[in-house]
Design a protein around this ligand. Structure first.
Ligand SMILES: Nc1ncnc2c1ncn2[C@@H]1O[C@H](COP(=O)(O)OP(=O)(O)OP(=O)(O)O)[C@@H](O)[C@H]1O
Length: 351
């Protein structure tokens, strides 16, 4: 995400439905008057301003709407909680490139480029709200439109996740049969990264939606936690002994177009062996699904049996030799391992 996009995300939060600023802008939109609002009265803004009048009044949606009835721009304090001037004529550098038509929007674009301040327009003729930041224009959409896109993204996310679950089941089968190749893990990493990208996109909608986005936010939090745990477990399971430069999180760096390149994804994660090479898991991911098994005991089991294959073959007596594993825990573990093995042989590893 570029620096401008990151700042835009913060401003979108300030402009989310339910916030005072958005409330004021919506009222201007309904009244079809239009507005040009600058956030922050910096030196550059002062230098390119003429006319108008100084104010120093708390921001309220009503005050914004009333002042928007006058010609010229409204200047807010940097935090947006005060109105510092209104009716201001802005004269930005006319040599700055802009593709906008209409004087309000051309001015907004140029002021944003020249000052670095956020500029918001309400278009009287197009019935839209826009945010100008640096040389970018971000449409501020109506809550209904964002909500339907957010819901669509959530549905797609659900589909991706169900495919991811399928791949994970297949991986479990391969892990039990000790037949995992780097390629299997890379295919999984691709899916996982696609899920994470969609999560980020949906999180952007949540920010834009403000109070209307709570429900989506809750659904998203749950998904997000699981993706993070999965990535960490896979990293611990397959990190080669001789490197720390290895993580399933590193796919985040890849542009969308490179995510389809299996060899590149493998290198990005930190694999140094070919795609066909076989690799064995330590067992962190599998053992994470055993209830009430503390992390320290998981670590001791992995160290003692030298990975998942050793653990799968251990008897109750052997499991009990590990510190922290008593009779009860050993039996529960053995049951889990037997089930895992049975499941794996019941289900062929095919796609
Ligand atoms: N340089 C400027 N400084 C301050 N306000 C301006 C400036 N230029 C235009 N405006 C505001 O924009 C209004 C007219 O905008 P105009 O219709 O020409 O632009 P537009 O971009 O097509 O906007 P809209 O979509 O709202 O019609 C003016 O009445 C004035 O309030």
């Amino acid at each position: 995400m570029s620096q401008t996009d990151a700042r835009a995300r913060d401003y979108r939060a300030q402009l989310a439905p339910g916030t005072p600023l958005r409330h004021g802008l919506e009222r201007i939109l309904r009244g079809r008057t239009g507005a040009l609002v600058v956030i922050g009265q910096t030196d550059i803004i002062r230098r390119i301003s003429t006319g108008g009048f100084a104010l120093d009044t708390p921001f309220t949606p009503t005050a914004l709407r009333e002042l928007a009835k006058m010609d010229g721009a409204i200047i807010l304090s940097a935090s947006g909680d005060r109105i510092v001037a209104a009716g201001v004529q802005l004269m930005p550098d006319a040599d700055l490139d802009t593709e906008e038509t209409g004087t309000r929007h051309r001015t907004a674009d140029r002021v944003a480029q020249q000052s670095g301040c956020a500029v918001i327009t309400v278009s009287a003729s197009m019935n839209t709200i826009s945010l100008f930041l640096d040389d970018q224009r971000y449409p501020i959409e109506a809550p209904g439109a964002i909500l339907s896109r957010a819901n669509l993204a959530l549905q797609t996310l659900e589909r991706y996740r169900s495919r991811l679950r399928g791949i994970l089941r297949r991986l479990s089968v391969l892990e039990v049969q000790d037949q995992v190749t780097v390629q299997d893990l890379v295919l999984l990493a691709q899916r996982l990264e696609m899920v994470r990208r969609l999560e980020r996109e949906t999180a952007g909608y949540v920010t834009e939606l403000g109070t209307d986005g709570r429900l989506i936010e809750l659904q998203l939090l749950e998904v997000n936690a699981r993706a993070t745990d999965l990535s960490e477990a896979l990293t611990n399971d397959y990190r080669p002994d001789d490197t720390s430069e290895f993580s399933f999180d590193r796919t985040i760096e890849l542009p969308d177009s490179d995510l389809a390149d299996l060899a590149l994804v493998a290198r990005t994660i930190g694999f140094t062996v070919p795609l066909e090479a076989e690799v064995s898991p330590r067992g962190y991911r599998q053992l994470a699904s055993v209830q009430r098994l503390p992390h320290t005991v998981v670590q001791r089991l992995i160290d003692h049996f030298d990975g998942l294959q050793g653990i799968l073959g251990a008897s109750i007596t052997e499991l009990r030799q590990v510190e922290g594993v008593g009779g009860h825990r050993a039996r529960a573990l053995r049951d889990f391992l037997t089930q895992l093995t049975e499941l794996s042989y019941a289900e062929p590893p095919g796609e």
